[in-house]
Structures are given as structure tokens and as C-alpha cells.
Design a binder for this molecule. Structure first.
Ligand SMILES: Nc1nc2c(c(=O)[nH]1)N[C@H]1C(S)=C(S)[C@@H](COP(=O)(O)O)O[C@H]1N2
Ligand SMILES: [Mo]
Length: 251
């Protein structure tokens, strides 16, 4: 369910707003956009697309879980800072929640564990051509953003990670439709255990309607922003900025 404030704002911002805000690759594809909205009033088409984006990703049974869930991208951030955090079992790790929020937060793993947790068995799809079904546990991102009193000027949330690519932290972002999707969670558990280093300890994003690279591992910061233009090269994520990913949606 999309919170009323977001639904209202998105409809008010109209076409350009939604298209710019969209992480939904299908909507961003010019061809798909034409097909989706052909013969349809633009505003209606956008509203329909918005409804579709709130739909749940499939969830699976326990016996459908993959016996092996591979790791991909960074498998260990390997920095001295991260090593030190692993060594003391993330007791000094804090998730910073800032940017356009009324109440900036600095949350320990224990405090994150105090939020009601969702447990979901979902399929991860990496654009490199593999999938795996796993169980993820953690609070809804939307509840953490609400706890931080996210401003109604915010339009995106940006995730900053502990692992470095070319000396800079991996980063990703979501618009608020995905951020408040009920299956978008900050996972501290996987397959019934605490998240391990390979899969993004101590905390990683699960955004089940999106491809694998959106699921930022090794979370350090979450910032609410009104624009992505000052983040990295302006396209909202490490791979978006450094690789042309538009072809994914064309499949
Ligand atoms: N911080 C960070 N998050 C990341 C990556 C990464 O390299 N660094 N790789 C992404 C990609 S491409 C995929 S497919 C998934 C892999 O998650 P897994 O290792 O749990 O399978 O993490 C995503 N999140
Ligand atoms: Mo991936």
C-alpha cells in the first residue's frame, strides 16, 4: 500500500515527476512507455503504472528456497574500518539516517532489531543472468523513514555502503514508491541466520520489485533527498552512473 502522502504528491507532480522518479525500468523505456500509454490519457496511464508499482513481488514457500544463494559484487568490503566492525561483531556499527528528515537517527543493530520485522521468501534476480530464492528478515524501510520523520520535500532515498568502488562507496537510490513498498526491507537476517559478510552484513536493502544491483549491501547511511543530481554522477547509483543499464528493461 502506498502511503497517502506519496500517492498525493506523485499524482500532483504529474507526468515528468513520475517518469523522473521512476526506478521502474519498464516505465523509463521510451518504447515501453509508448505501448503502456498508447491510446490512453497520460494522467490515467501514469496512475495505472503507479498502482502496478505497488503490487507485491511473488513470495515463495520454504521448500522452494535455493540450496545455494550465491554472492555477487562485493563479497567482503575488506577495508580496515569494515574489518574492525566484523571483529567486534558490529557493536560499533551505526546506521545513519539523515538528509531531509526531521529527526536524524543513528541506529545500532540492536535498535534496528527492535522494529517489527517482516520475513519474506523472495527471488533475487541479478541482471547477469542468475536468480536465487532466499528468506530475508528485517524492518520495513518505510517504518525507519517514518521514525526519522522524513520530510515531505523528500523524493528519493540514497543508500551509502561500506564497500568501495574506485575509492568511493557503493551507492544506490530509490524513489519513495519503492522505499515505502511493504516488501522493501532493511534485512539483518537471511535464511534464518544473521546476515553474513558475503551477503552484506550487518544490514542490506531488499527491494523485491527491482533487480539485484538495487539491493545495496553493507549499509552505512540512508539519506532522504529531493534530487539525485548531486549524488555521484547524477543517475542515482554506482552502476547507473558508470554502466549503461537501459538495456535491462528491453528484455
Ligand atoms: N554494497 C554493495 N551492494 C551490492 C553490490 C555491491 O557490489 N556492493 N552488488 C549488487 C548486485 S549486482 C547484486 S546481484 C546483489 C548480490 O547480492 P548477494 O551477494 O547477496 O547475492 O547485491 C547488490 N548490492
Ligand atoms: Mo547483480
Amino acid at each position: 500500500m502506498i502511503p497517502e502522502l506519496i500517492r498525493r504528491r506523485t499524482i500532483l507532480t504529474g507526468g515528468a515527476g513520475l517518469l523522473l522518479a521512476g526506478c521502474d525500468k519498464v516505465i523509463q523505456q521510451p518504447t515501453a512507455r509508448k505501448i503502456l500509454f498508447a491510446g490512453e490519457d497520460m494522467q490515467k496511464g501514469l496512475q495505472r503504472a503507479l498502482m502496478d508499482r505497488g503490487a507485491p513481488a511473488p513470495e515463495y514457500r520454504r521448500d522452494q528456497m535455493s540450496p545455494v544463494f550465491r554472492t555477487n559484487g562485493t563479497r567482503d568490503p575488506g577495508t580496515p574500518e569494515y574489518r574492525a566492525m566484523v571483529e567486534n561483531r558490529f557493536q560499533d556499527w551505526r546506521l545513519k539516517v539523515g538528509g531531509l528528515v526531521g529527526t536524524p537517527l543513528s541506529l545500532s543493530l540492536r535498535q534496528i532489531g527492535e522494529f517489527p520485522a517482516r520475513r519474506q521468501i523472495t527471488r533475487h534476480d541479478c541482471v547477469e543472468g542468475w536468480s536465487a530464492i532466499g528468506e530475508w528478515t528485517g524492518p520495513m524501510l518505510g517504518n525507519v523513514l517514518k521514525a526519522a520523520n522524513i520530510s515531505d520535500r523528500a523524493r528519493y532515498v540514497v543508500f551509502t555502503c561500506a564497500d568501495l568502488y574506485g575509492g568511493q562507496p557503493y551507492y544506490e537510490s530509490l524513489d519513495l514508491i519503492d522505499a515505502f513498498h511493504p516488501q522493501t526491507i532493511l534485512a539483518w537476517g537471511m535464511n534464518g541466520r544473521m546476515l553474513d559478510v558475503g551477503h552484506g552484513a550487518p544490514l542490506r536493502l531488499r527491494v523485491e520489485r527491482q533487480l539485484g544491483y538495487k539491493h545495496a549491501k553493507y549499509l552505512m547511511r540512508i539519506d532522504a533527498v529531493d534530487s539525485l543530481s548531486n549524488i555521484g554522477l547524477g543517475k542515482g547509483g554506482y552502476w547507473e552512473d558508470h554502466v549503461d543499464y537501459d538495456w535491462y528493461a528491453g528484455i
